[in-house]
Design a protein around this ligand. Structure first.
Ligand code: DC
Length: 245
């Protein structure tokens, strides 16, 4: 039965009009993996907006805009128009890599240095306005799956399908801990849990575009779902939305 739904989904994909799919939610829910897989399934373009804020952060590190972990806002503001971010499909990984002014920075932006400094950069109004303008431009042709924190609320408030992903802090901490372990890093569960809760708090209470569920977003709590169940759920929602248009 499950397979059947899936196959019908695939048949419909090519016939239906392309839409915008906005995926928002708290950190460490597997949002990006979900969005990438969905995009691949639908033949859509995947856009990771977190990678864009990470690339701006990397640029700021490379240009000495940080002192004692504090960003020099004036320097970044003066340089923001010179920051060019793009995505190019990597046939080896089957996923897009992030480019900063023509250089592949996919690896650097995933490192701890960038991860530790990105939050204050993503909270700056002028950075957000510049990124949102780029994101809206990228989505003009539709046929995109975009993931982030403000896609359904700010970037594409009219997106045809909006998903808000959550999972309990404990489940997310466990997932992050497993990821860290796989990379050979060590951390305690309590520290990771604390970090997950702190990031939720920062994302939800910041002044500029705080993380919140759009009124018309469908909530997906994937605490107890397998990747396959989640994919099926998403394809069902996509098919419902396409049918009802
Ligand atoms: O999803 P991520 O961990 O790669 O996001 C990196 C940072 O950027 C994180 O602090 C949240 C922020 N972000 C944001 O403010 N708005 C977005 N649309 C995407 C990410």
């Amino acid at each position: 039965m499950r397979k059947h739904i899936y196959i019908i989904g695939m048949e419909n994909l090519m016939k239906t009009k392309k839409i915008i799919i906005a995926i928002d939610g708290v950190s460490s829910t597997g949002k990006s993996t979900m969005a990438k897989d969905l995009a691949k399934e639908l033949g859509y373009t995947y856009i990771d907006t977190g990678a864009m804020y990470r690339a701006v952060t990397l640029y700021s590190i490379q240009h000495g805009f940080f002192a004692d972990g504090q960003i020099d806002e004036a320097k970044l503001q003066a340089a923001i128009a010179d920051i060019e971010i793009s995505f190019r499909f990597n046939p080896e990984t089957g996923r897009p890599d992030t480019y900063l002014n023509g250089v592949n920075v996919e690896k650097e932006i995933r490192g701890m240095e960038v991860a530790n400094l990105v939050s204050p950069v993503a909270a700056l109004g002028f950075v957000r306005r510049a990124m949102v303008a780029k994101q809206q431009e990228m989505g003009k042709a539709k046929g995109i799956v975009m993931d982030g924190r403000d896609i359904g609320t700010v970037v594409f408030p009219d997106a045809e399908l909006k998903i808000y992903v959550t999972a309990s802090p404990e489940v997310r901490a466990k997932r992050r801990l497993d990821e860290l372990k796989a990379k050979g890093e060590t951390a305690s569960f309590d520290d990771v849990l604390e970090n997950v809760k702190m990031r939720d708090h920062i994302d939800m209470t910041r002044k500029e575009s705080p993380l919140r569920k759009a009124d018309d977003a469908l909530e997906l709590d994937n605490s107890r779902m397998t990747i396959a169940e989640q994919k099926e759920w998403l394809l069902e929602k996509y098919n419902d939305r396409s049918r009802n248009r």
